[in-house]
Design a protein around this ligand. Structure first.
Ligand code: PEP
Ligand code: MN
Length: 349
């Protein structure tokens, strides 16, 4: 299993080296540190830039770890290669922009290094953009390419900084089983306490490894402090993780799968009935001139459903997300009840 760990940002020679030494002691062999930081809001720490690259070289010299950093422009690629950085990654904001990915790809094609490049998923849940970015890097002559799942921005997600939307990396795996996929629980969770459960879930789903932010003094980190853990905590988490083989069919599971199939069929039937009722309510609201959304009704409904779900051991965050999707679809149907009629199958016409 690949494990990459290190601070969100290289902040000083001391912080970089101290973190690296502690991680090397914890058994980590690939060190990450951001040198150029794409920050959402201006005024945040934007990284030390090129002067931090010799610190990474020092990490390799002292600890023997390979070193990795993020690149987003031609100048970044050239500087990173001049400093013999072993591994590059393309960040989520860059993957979302084909011009930027192409610029990075062109710089790589010109320098022609034999280097490993990881491509993080784009900020929005767009599998094609993720694959497209990897294709641009491959066309630049890079043969070792991996993917990093760091979650997707989702407005108002109550739990995650970037919602995992596991289906997307799993679809990537189905389409490109040859690509190594790492999970970045730090940027998905955005919180220290979510690192271990997310890492566990990723390994259970057959991910090939993890990239985790770790800092010698997380509380004092200049970027992403809330999600960074100490190397000692990382070591404990790694010792508890179980690496499973890629999902296999094992005995006894068929019966349970059949039960899931039946339950899913019931769920779909119930959802269909629920949408039909929504459609009828939409017709009546339209006839009565009543607005479609009554905010009070939705929050009351959400509270009672979340409580009922909790009594069955269903996670509150999950229930809220599910209800919000169902509600959104109901509103869509009610706004145009006739247009949203399900398409008829030919034989019914
Ligand atoms: C990072 O790894 O520190 C980073 C900026 O990640 P992302 O591009 O996933 O936001
Ligand atoms: Mn970060």
């Amino acid at each position: 299993m690949t494990v990459i760990a290190g601070p969100c940002s290289a902040e000083s020679l001391e912080q970089t080296l101290l973190t690296a030494r502690q991680l090397a002691e914890a058994g980590v062999t690939i060190f990450r540190a951001g040198v150029w930081k794409p920050r959402t809001s201006p005024g945040c720490f934007e990284g030390v830039g090129e002067p931090a690259l010799p610190w990474l070289q020092k990490v390799r010299e002292e600890t023997g770890m390979q070193v990795a950093t993020e690149v987003a422009t031609r100048a970044h690629v050239e500087a990173a290669l001049r400093h013999d950085i072993d591994i590059l990654w393309i960040g989520a904001r860059t993957t979302a922009n084909p011009f930027a990915v192409q610029e990075v790809a062109d710089a790589l094609a010109e320098a022609g290094p034999d280097i490993l490049v990881y491509v993080k998923n784009p900020v929005s849940p767009d599998l094609e953009a993720w694959i497209g970015a990897m294709q641009r890097i491959r066309r630049a002559g890079i043969t070792r390419i991996g993917a990093i799942h760091r979650g997707f921005y989702s407005y108002g997600d109550p739990l995650y900084r970037n919602s995992p939307q596991w289906r997307i990396p799993l679809d990537l795996r189905a389409r490109h089983p040859e690509i190594e996929i790492l999970c970045d629980p730090s940027h998905i969770g955005g919180r220290r306490d979510l690192i271990e459960p997310l890492a566990t879930q990723a390994l259970d789903m057959g991910f090939d490894g993890l990239i985790i932010e770790s800092h010698c003094s997380p509380d004092e980190a200049l970027s992403d402090a809330a999600q960074q853990i100490t190397p000692a905590t990382l070591r404990e988490i790694l010792s508890r993780l179980v690496v499973r083989d890629r999902p296999a069919d094992f005995e006894g599971i068929e019966g349970l799968r059949a039960e899931i199939d039946t339950l899913d069929a019931k769920l779909i039937e119930i959802l269909g009935r629920r949408m039909e009722v929504s459609r009828e309510i939409g017709r009546r609201k339209e006839a009565g001139g009543i607005p479609v959304v009554q905010p009070g009704r939705y929050s009351d409904m959400q509270a009672s459903r979340v409580a009922a779900a909790a009594a069955q051991g269903i996670d509150a965050g999950f229930m809220r997300r599910l209800l919000s999707m169902i509600h959104e679809e109901s509103v869509r149907i009610q706004v145009a009840p006739e247009a949203a009629e399900p398409p008829r199958v030919k034989s019914q016409e």
